[in-house]
Write a protein that binds this ligand. Sequence first.
Ligand code: AMP
Ligand code: MG
Length: 290
Amino acid sequence: MRPLLDRVELPGGPSDVRGLLRVPPGRVRLADYPTDSHPGSHGKTAALTDRHALEPVLAGLQERCYAQGHRTPDRRRLVLVLQGMDCSGKDGAIKHVVGAFNPEGVKITSFKRPTAEELRHHFLWRVERALPGPGDIGVLNRSHYEDVTVVRVHDLVPPEQWQRRYDEINEWERRESDDGVIWLKVFLHISAEEQRRRLLQRLDDPSKHWKFEAADLDERGYWDDYQRAYETVLERCSPPQSPWYVLPADRKWYRNWALARLLAETLAAMDPRYPEPDLDLSALRARLSA
Ligand code: AMP
Ligand code: MG
């Protein structure tokens, strides 16, 4: 009985992929961050084995969070923010890694070009509504960071307006942290060459044609502007309670492994526990046998 109530250990022992991938304070030059490296892993085969070993652990940690958030006053909830260029693997990461969780406790939201209704509100309005309740896990496939990246690159609002948003984002994330949100913000970092390969693969695979948007090719022309916009995000919106992680994402096996590990480390640090049962087991058993 007891082990169920104890701290959850990660397979292979504790790891610090968070420490390896966390953006250090100061000036960020994305060109200095490799896209095809694999910090903390022991190669593809070991990564696949480790990720499979992590799946039941992730599910177990999630269940503890869920039990705690739904049955006690604990308001903590993990929110995974996924950003990255087109084809950086946000959808694949959700399918392969977030898929380890029980869907009942996961709230996944994809952010597209804002609707007319969304545009009538403050840019944080739609993101706030996407946050999960206590004990659940939120996944944001794109997020409020679109409002300082695509919006900045394409001048969708006047500069004074997007320039204010870094502070607004920091204040809002801080308020949400105070209310129990544990942020895990991950930038999937791919090279322009890897994006080109993936776009070509989409063209070669009829089952991927539905995903292909000719406009994505125009966006490639703004590659450097996007990298600059992301550098500002990583410099200005990475305070200690909601830091960014830059994940080298050219290799899918590494992307999936590192994200699984980041999730496991973050959930394990929350140290979720099943609530202490307030049950008189022998009395309940006696009633059932009567
Ligand atoms: P996808 O991720 O392929 O479904 O594409 C979603 C598109 O919506 C991307 O091109 C995003 O840049 C765009 N998008 C998301 N949020 C915003 C926003 N706040 N303003 C403008 N475009 C956005
Ligand atoms: Mg797309």
